[in-house]
Design a protein around this ligand. Structure first.
Ligand SMILES: [Zn+2]
Length: 73
């Protein structure tokens, strides 16, 4: 199972757990507003997950994209 690190709390996540992690479990997302923003970004990230699953992107590239997307304010 492919894993990336959560850009917020750095814990390892299976790719199919990222959305639910942001929604409920990530302890490094401080407010409901921030949680909502992360979920919106997750929708953008989803297209990149699809590229990764088609083999168009390595796991490392996917991690970099996640860091860029979620850590920008
Ligand atoms: Zn997290």
């Amino acid at each position: 199972m492919t894993e990336i690190k959560c850009p917020h709390c750095r814990s390892s996540l299976a790719l199919d757990r990222i959305g639910v992690h942001f929604q409920k479990f990530c302890s490094a997302i401080p407010t409901d507003t921030a949680r909502e923003a992360s979920l919106k970004k997750y929708n953008q990230f989803y297209t990149q997950l699809q590229s990764h699953s088609r083999g168009e992107m390595t796991t490392e590239e996917l991690q970099n994209e996640a860091n860029k997307l979620f850590l920008v304010r």
